[in-house]
Write a protein that binds this ligand. Structure first.
Ligand SMILES: NC(=O)c1ccc[n+]([C@@H]2O[C@H](COP(=O)([O-])OP(=O)(O)OC[C@H]3O[C@@H](n4cnc5c(N)ncnc54)[C@H](O)[C@@H]3O)[C@@H](O)[C@H]2O)c1
Length: 350
């Protein structure tokens, strides 16, 4: 039976990935520190499931990681654990360096030691997959796309910390031979995303009939990928990616932030009209831009598509509808994850 050590598997993407992996018969050991962004509620469907072992702990805790590796003998380590919100990295960059850089380094060291202890087939087949972001490449103008050879130029403390972790992963391959893979993905959306990120934040505020804050002129462009498609890309890279390579993952769904917000308004107006009959677009409020806000990201995923035959299966229109419906159906989840420490307020203004 295949066993994976997944870190950050109580977060948004990691949670979706774990749910899918366990359903596919993979045994998952899930190491997550349960920061504000990690929620066991996301994994409630797996309660008591023999294919899922949850361990609360830090990727930077060398003893815990060494114990889990020795005890469970995983075939792969998949690293989702991170501080992931750009606005929070503006207010407090140190936590990002601690988890994303120092924590990843510690995880790499323990994984290298474990991998060295393996023999034959198990050693050959072992993989360390690092989940990263397109934000490491910096910002684009009106045209062009990020490829795997675009030079790194991170602009936020978040992307700088992810860039550092990507470089460490690369170095562990070149220096120690650790069989690594890295994926650099565009913006994700879908079920179980913490409501501080654009799409769930706008859904929550629009549902409540509150002002909808849009940074700057709202014309910043992101390439949106439905989370299930990101998970399938990671699984495919793990299965067939070339060791030491990086793969860009994107949804071919570039949208301006304002377009995303308008789409949510239209979907909610159709499903839950406001009592006074106003269109929710009238709630849109342009607010001061995020400091250093990257203008445009776009991903060229042709390497992943051409070499490994992956393709996104959900269009933006399908995905945003599914996502809005999921949040409408799962308000209890939203209320539980907003435990009082975060109340949909503006953060990260430098
Ligand atoms: N969300 C996106 O659009 C996106 C896009 C590309 C790449 N990524 C990357 O994917 C990964 C997951 O992103 P997400 O959006 O699911 O993030 P998230 O913030 O929803 O989840 C992160 C998880 O990591 C856990 N965690 C944080 N610090 C930890 C530590 N020191 N030890 C163990 N666990 C820890 C948290 O408890 C949480 O469950 C991140 O590495 C992120 O950089 C995210």
């Amino acid at each position: 039976m295949t066993t994976w050590l997944v870190t950050g598997g109580a977060g948004f993407i990691g949670g979706n990935f774990v749910l899918d992996a366990v359903r596919r018969g993979i045994r998952v050991v899930n190491l997550d520190a349960l920061t504000y962004a990690g929620n066991l509620d996301t994994l409630s469907a797996l309660e008591g499931h023999p294919g899922h072992v949850f361990v609360q702990g830090d990727i930077g805790d060398a003893d815990v990681v060494a114990r889990l590796l020795a005890e469970h003998r995983p075939d792969a380590v998949i690293n989702f654990a991170a501080e992931s919100h750009v606005d929070r990295s503006i207010d407090g960059p140190a936590a990002f360096v601690q988890t994303n850089v120092v924590g990843t380094l510690s995880l790499l060291k323990r994984t290298r030691d474990y991998w060295r202890s393996l023999e034959g087939e198990a050693r050959d087949a072992f993989r360390f997959l690092h989940v990263s972001t397109d934000e490491v490449y910096g910002t684009l103008g009106e045209t062009g796309k990020f490829t795997e050879t675009t030079p790194y130029a991170p602009n936020s403390p978040y992307s700088a910390s992810k860039a550092a972790s990507d470089h460490l992963v690369r170095a562990f391959h070149h220096t120690y031979g650790l069989p690594v893979l890295t994926t650099n993905c565009s913006n994700n959306y879908g079920p179980y995303q913490f409501p501080e990120k654009l799409i769930p934040l706008i859904v929550a505020r629009a549902l409540a009939g509150e002002a909808l804050p849009v940074y700057g002129d709202g014309r910043n462009v992101r390439d949106w990928l439905y989370v299930g498609d990101h998970c399938s890309a990671i699984a495919r890279v793990l299965e067939a990616g070339r060791v030491g390579e990086t793969y860009n993952v994107g949804g071919d769904a570039e949208r301006e932030n304002i377009e995303v917000v308008r789409a949510i308004c239209r979907l909610l107006d159709a499903r839950r009209p406001l009592a006074d009959g106003r269109a929710r677009e009238s709630l849109i409020t342009f607010v001061a831009d995020r400091p250093g806000h990257d203008r445009r990201y776009a991903i060229d995923a042709s390497k992943l598509k051409g070499e490994l035959g992956w393709a996104p299966t959900v269009t933006f229109e399908q995905g945003i509808e599914r996502t809005v419906d999921w949040y409408l159906d799962n308000q209890a989840w939203v209320n539980r994850v907003l435990d009082g420490s975060y109340r949909l307020e503006r953060i990260g203004q430098a």
